[in-house]
Write a new protein. Structure first.
Length: 229
């Protein structure tokens, strides 16, 4: 499919319907229709041949593990224009760690041996914004959301609350990515893997407006991690 055709379909066809979906049933129907198109080779986006699927069914060898946010506007495969089998992806609100996520990372490291680990935050992150509201404005959240935010609030220690709102959120997003990276690197497993060499752990922030991913320079605790870009 030509690039121009894909863009045209996206803007004129898909986008015109996105805001019309209001109910769970409609959303489910959309997912089913999308899957049916995929299976029949009628996908609107670059699809994969059945031979490729059959090959991937035997084993996966993703080249990168990405810990990103659940935000619907930051789909890693699309953001990185990656195909099936290329990215091992974990998505959780606020791209934070947790028991299951740590286990998934360990699986990626020890079984899939992905050489690259990316913690992908994004501008305008609602989870980080909620953590800011809790820390600086005393906002209270429902219990499980509060538990989630406990993973983000500590990242905001050095954030200057007098910054303008947009700059404040941007600084918090980056601080949250850096904290997640530090936590990953401080685990015994990560230290051992880093010592072996050939592994990179890096942070990145996705810009919702431009679609651009900005890879972060490593901070002092991540000094063994070379910058990617
Ligand atoms: Zn987010």
């Amino acid at each position: 499919m030509a690039q121009g055709t894909t863009t045209e379909l996206w803007t004129e066809d898909r986008m015109s319907h996105v805001h019309e979906i209001r109910t769970a049933e409609e959303a489910l129907t959309r997912l089913k229709e999308g899957n049916a198109r995929f299976v029949s080779g009628q996908a609107r986006f670059p699809t994969v041949h059945k031979e490729v699927l059959a090959e991937l069914a035997k084993r996966q060898r993703p080249y990168a593990t990405i810990l990103g946010c659940s935000d619907s506007r930051v789909p890693p495969e699309l953001v990185f224009d990656a195909a099936f089998g290329e990215l091992f992806i974990i998505r959780v609100a606020g791209n934070v760690l947790g028991e299951s996520i740590n286990g998934t990372l360990q699986y990626a490291s020890t079984h899939l041996h992905t050489p690259l680990f990316v913690v992908l935050g994004h501008e305008g992150c609602g989870a980080v914004e909620a953590a800011l509201a809790e820390k600086f404005h005393g906002a209270r959240h429902r219990s499980r959301i509060a538990t989630l935010l406990e993973n983000i609030v500590p990242a905001l220690e050095s954030i200057d609350p007098t910054l303008p709102p947009e700059a404040l959120l941007s600084a918090a997003v980056e601080a949250n990515v850096r904290r997640t990276i530090r936590e990953v690197l401080e685990s015994p497993e990560a230290k051992a893997r880093m010592a072996e060499g050939g592994v990179m752990v890096i942070g990145a922030v996705y810009d919702l407006v431009t679609g651009r991913v900005r890879f972060l320079e490593p901070d002092s605790l991540g000094r063994s991690v070379p910058p990617m870009v």
